[in-house]
Design a protein around this ligand. Structure first.
Ligand SMILES: [Zn+2]
Length: 401
């Protein structure tokens, strides 16, 4: 027990030192000790290990100095590389990133609808990862690990997918050891995580929530997800499936959700729900889509922007319900920042004006300040970057000494 505690303490100290260097940029050992509260000798030991691993390096201070110039430490952005992959229903997006999450190479592999079993999907993931590395000149020795961002119910600690909303049709995806399946095929140490959580890790480390310890990211994709940080830590919950924001109650309507329940937020305000409502309106002759065969979210946005009132009302309704439920979360969690991202963001003000109005209607002056609301542009690649950031997080916490 004592050994375990000692290892945990070392991992936390190492994470703390790396985090300080990452956030501060060039910094001396003395300043690291002052900021982290660690002893000088602990900082010296940890930084020596990080230098030998190539994760940080020593820099001389520029300019003139009297006496010996202070030695500063900085993150070595190309000290190692990791691979991140996002597995949605139709595509596997892969990126190779450096320690600053800069994309060094990317690749997207379309997923055929007929491929649905865990082994088949794991084969495709391995193929996409191999192609991405080879095309961009990386050999296996350059890569420190692989992170997978996956929509659905994912237990990161056990490497299990409990439920995947896209692949579940016709094949049992209950408790699939997906991390292990991909690790066997790629040879890379593999971590899996819910894709909204990987985005939250990315935002906390490199994005709009850098230096912010209380925030959440709401993802409006096929479904609705939530990546949540409280007091600087990602909230995973008891079973690793916290943040299923899409499956809280939307309102009193009885739309059936993909999870089997009725009235879920996702069944009335996700892009999928917006599409279903627009299809119903088209079948009822209330608007004329460009093609009756397939209607896309982009078709609906364009038609709504061109004045289709029935479609504008669908966005207003979805935005209002989302705003009300986000306001509920805000009351419970008191976040400093809220980030909203996902494909729905293409609808811009048609969705976000009613959303902001609904949030405004659900607050009062007694709650002091309202959180900063950031509408982040939709970029599918960010999920893969987030999955890579998951590996960087594990790497930071790894304690080889
Ligand atoms: Zn549901």
């Amino acid at each position: 027990m004592q050994v375990a505690n000692k290892e945990l303490m070392r991992a936390m100290n190492r994470d703390n030192v790396l985090r300080t260097i990452r956030l501060q940029g060039d910094i001396s050992r003395k300043e690291i000790a002052a900021q982290t509260g660690l002893g000088q000798s602990t900082v010296t030991d940890i930084t020596a290990a990080l230098i030998s691993e190539g994760l940080i390096f020593e820099k001389a201070t520029p300019g003139k100095h009297t006496g010996r110039p202070p030695i500063l430490l900085a993150l070595n952005p190309d000290g190692t590389f990791v691979v991140g992959a996002y597995i949605s229903s139709g595509t596997i997006s892969v990126v190779v990133i450096n320690l600053e999450a800069r994309v060094m190479g990317s690749h997207a592999l379309p997923l055929d609808e007929t491929i649905t079993t865990p082994d088949e999907i794991a084969d495709r993931v391995a193929e996409a990862v191999r192609t991405c590395c080879t095309r961009h000149g990386f050999i296996p020795e350059d890569i420190s690990g692989l992170g997978l961002g996956i929509p659905g119910l994912v237990n990161s600690d056990d490497g299990l997918i409990h439920f995947h909303p896209g692949f579940n049709k016709g094949f049992d995806w209950t408790d699939v050891p997906f991390g292990h399946l991909v690790e066997q095929r790629t040879g890379f140490q593999t971590f899996i995580e819910n894709s909204s959580n990987t985005l939250a890790i990315y935002e906390h480390w490199f994005g709009a929530a850098r230096g912010i310890d209380n925030f959440f990211v709401t993802t409006l994709e096929h479904g609705i997800g939530l990546g949540l940080y409280v007091n600087g830590a990602l909230v995973r919950g008891w079973q690793g499936i916290a943040g299923e924001f899409g499956h809280v109650r939307g309102d009193s309507r009885e739309s059936t959700c993909r999870c089997g329940m009725k009235g879920c937020l996702e069944a009335m305000a996700s892009p999928h729900a917006i599409l279903k409502e627009a299809q119903k309106a088209a079948h009822a002759g209330r608007w004329q889509p460009p093609s009756n065969e397939t209607i896309t979210l982009e078709d609906i946005i364009t038609a709504a922007e061109n004045g289709e009132i029935v479609l504008q009302e669908i966005f207003t309704s979805a935005g209002t319900i989302l705003g009300q439920r986000i306001a509920d979360l805000t009351r419970i969690l008191d976040p400093e920042t809220i980030i909203i991202t996902g494909k729905s963001n293409l609808a811009k003000d048609m969705l976000f004006e009613p959303l902001a109005q609904a949030m405004e209607a659900c607050t009062s002056e007694v709650f002091r300040t309202t959180p900063k609301l950031i509408i982040s542009p939709w970029q599918e690649e960010n999920y893969a970057r987030g999955a890579g950031a998951l590996v960087l997080q594990k790497l930071h916490q790894n304690c080889p000494i």
